[in-house]
Ligand binder design. Structure first.
Ligand code: ADP
Ligand code: MG
Length: 660
């Protein structure tokens, strides 16, 4: 049912909700609270100024109501709580005026202005507080609605549809309650025991479906025989020997493994883990070269356009003396350009294609695709990983990832993959010096920046991305530009890059930065992954607390890319303790472990926005036991085609896992 059919929802609100992705009543019911408040009567003597207060009392006078600003109103009345008389102020509840009668009992929730014996109420309810505490859901505001409004809409829903995915026998096995009840309880739990039961179903279902997708992907892969090639090792070594640097031992090890994988008849399914700057790209390039020598097309997929173009330029350069056709395909190309690429791919005129996920859009048909490499693999969701349409043959797969994953979790997620690690950085690299400063200490940072500019080095300045609705006062890109221009505008050129710019604009700025024409590049996290400018020696990150540690580590990895001493300045007034870890270590693995401990999986995988691992309730860390069960149960169902007995699951898999 459409959200607009809900009573009490006007066209404006339903539009706003629709724009935020809540289109149906089911969507609304699937919008879970992010936390709960326990409501019980406050002991007024224990409260201090501005504390949260929950109290019931008797209404002493007829409320006063003031209307202003067209739709706003303010109501005030006095509340007798026995020992005190409190003034209550509440906004936009004039519609309750008639219910607030002298002598009746109500409950008020709000902020306690002790100095003025006043409550700024956020909610009032008729009647006494119950003697047992209430658990109250709190929602992130969406579509301009407050938590309370969302709750009220949810409570006004009579009925809604659910698709219950967990098979009956598993529900019995774990004594799970049904899904519909679980969702109702999630929004309105009577007590914590009931809430836990509801969470149990919903978490289990999330993890079960996740593992089902993962395992079905794996099953599909391992059932397939790969390509057998016959490439002479000598021609590979000749190529390697012509590179401008010598491979590290770990890089060479990876190359050997890949060479063996490709030359055997087993299908390659390998993950290369290596810290930022460890040199994974060159390993990928060598893999592409081996694949080319054996007569197949190769594809390299990057998570962002900036990165795709960087790979494109890099490969063009490395292969300039070879007769290899390299092309790029991203979403931003004009239709005509895309069509041209599609045609040439079909006609076998392209040897190596680089791009974003546009590489695997519906319209692309490969001819003879032998190798698919996904850079910064952790940035893609499961679906995208599987979303590879290829006519007839099953290419070898190589993933590159800069986010090391603790082993247990890796086993669950990447259980079927071979994993190689690049542990050492290319020689000659210096440790990046990382400092943590408060906003008021910005001068210290500016001084280092000045030194670097004098040395003709370049600097990245990161401002967190601003969502339009976000009212939190962050340094936005423009403000930063002003500040930087005031400080350095006279001595160097400052460039700006953000997500709202079109590709041409971004390219132009990036090009200028690469050429060294721009000294300071102010940007949102669009430069986060993979960007490689060797002369950049300093990374300044404003509001660093907004980022996960692994993300910060990725950002920091943009500098320190040669033998120059590099710096990273984190600016933050908050979360000093967490951010301090960054100043103590440059080891990505340690950092990701810390991140994992502190924040669970979300940040570790850096996939907040990329769907599959973005659980609403489940958490890889705290719900690891459920995850392991879900893994085993889903595996069992996939064996012997038992899954055919569960049409809902089959349908779901067909929809989401669109495998080669
Ligand atoms: P990442 O693993 O983060 O993707 P890159 O592949 O971008 O790192 O490599 C970082 C930089 O190190 C690049 O400029 C690359 O040319 C350089 N590089 C890679 N391998 C070596 C090596 N063995 N010796 C010296 N420099 C190297
Ligand atoms: Mg890289």
């Amino acid at each position: 049912m459409e959200i607009s059919s809900l009573k009490g929802i006007g066209p404006k609100t339903s539009k706003a909700l629709e724009n935020s992705g809540i289109k149906t009543i089911e969507d609304l019911m699937n919008y879970y609270p992010f936390r709960y408040d326990v409501i019980k009567r406050s002991n007024i003597n224990e409260l201090i100024q501005d504390d949260k207060i929950i109290i019931d009392g008797i209404i002493e006078n007829t409320p006063n109501v003031f209307y202003f600003n067209k739709k706003m109103n303010k109501m005030t009345f006095k509340l007798n709580i026995g020992s005190y008389l409190l003034n209550v102020i509440i906004f936009n509840r004039a519609f309750l005026k008639d219910k607030i009668k002298i002598g009746s009992i109500i409950t008020v929730i709000g902020k306690f202005d002790k100095a003025h014996s006043k409550i700024i109420a956020s909610d009032i309810r008729m009647g006494k507080l119950p003697s047992i505490p209430i658990i109250e859901p709190i929602y992130h505001s969406i579509g301009g609605l407050s938590s309370n409004q969302i709750k009220n809409y949810i409570y006004s829903v009579d009925d809604f549809n659910v698709t219950e995915y967990v098979p009956e026998y598993l529900k019995e096995k774990y004594r799970l309650i049904d899904k519909k009840s679980s969702i109702k309880i999630i929004h309105n739990p009577k007590n914590s025991k009931e809430l836990k039961q509801a969470e149990n179903y919903l978490k289990y279902e999330e993890l079960f479906l996740f593992m089902l997708k993962m395992n079905s992907l794996k099953l599909n892969k391992s059932n397939k025989i790969g390509l057998k090639r016959n490439v002479d090792k000598k021609s590979v070594m000749d190529f390697i020997n012509k590179l401008p640097f010598e491979l590290t031992v770990d890089q060479m090890e990876c190359v050997n493994k890949i060479y063996e994988d490709l030359n055997s008849s087993n299908r390659m399914n390998r993950l290369i883990q290596g810290d930022v700057g460890s040199g994974k790209t060159i390993v990928a390039i060598i893999a592409l070269y081996i694949n080319y020598l054996s007569g197949y097309e190769g594809a390299l997929m990057a998570p962002t356009e900036v990165l795709a173009y960087q790979h494109f330029t890099n490969l063009k350069n490395i292969f300039k003396d070879y007769n290899i056709n390299i092309e790029i395909l991203t979403g931003n190309l004009k239709v005509k350009e895309k069509k041209d690429i599609y045609k040439r791919l079909k006609n076998k005129e392209i040897d190596i294609i680089i791009g974003t996920h546009a590489l695997f859009s519906e319209d692309v048909t490969y001819n003879n695709l032998g190798l698919v490499i996904t850079d910064e693999q952790h940035r893609f969701g499961v679906n995208q990983r599987g979303n590879l349409k290829n006519k007839g043959i099953t290419p070898d797969i190589l993933y590159l990832s800069a986010t090391p994953i603790p082993r247990t979790y890796a086993l669950t997620i990447y259980g079927d993959m071979d994993v190689s690690s690049i542990k050492t950085l290319p020689s000659g690299r210096k440790q990046i010096i990382t400092i943590l400063k408060k906003n008021k200490e910005i001068k210290d940072v500016l001084l280092i920046m000045l030194e670097e500019i004098k040395k003709k080095h370049q600097i990245y300045v990161i401002a967190p991305l601003i969502e339009e609705s976000d009212k939190i006062d962050l340094e936005n890109v423009n403000e930063l530009e002003k500040k930087m221009t005031t400080a350095f505008g006279k001595i160097c050129k400052i460039g700006v890059m953000h997500g709202k710019m079109c590709k041409e604009e971004k390219d132009k700025v990036m090009e200028e930065f690469k050429k060294g024409e721009i000294s300071i590049l102010i940007s949102t996290t669009v430069i986060e992954v993979g960007v490689d400018v060797k002369n950049a020696t300093m990374m300044v990150i404003f509001d660093a607390y907004r980022f996960g540690l692994s993300q910060l580590h990725q950002l920091r990895g943009r500098v320190g890319r040669n033998d120059l001493q590099s710096y990273c300045a984190l600016i933050s007034d908050k979360e000093k303790e967490r951010l301090d870890i960054m100043t103590k270590t440059n080891d990505g693995f340690k950092i990701s472990e810390e991140d994992f401990k502190l924040r669970g999986s979300g940040d570790l995988f850096g996939v907040r926005q990329s769907g599959d691992m973005n659980f609403k309730l489940a958490n890889f860390k705290t719900d690891f036991n459920i995850l392991v069960k879900a893994r085993d149960d889903s595996n069992q169902i996939l064996q012997n085609n038992q899954i055919e007995n569960y049409p809902k699951l089959v349908k779901l898999l067909n929809e989401s896992v669109n495998l080669d």
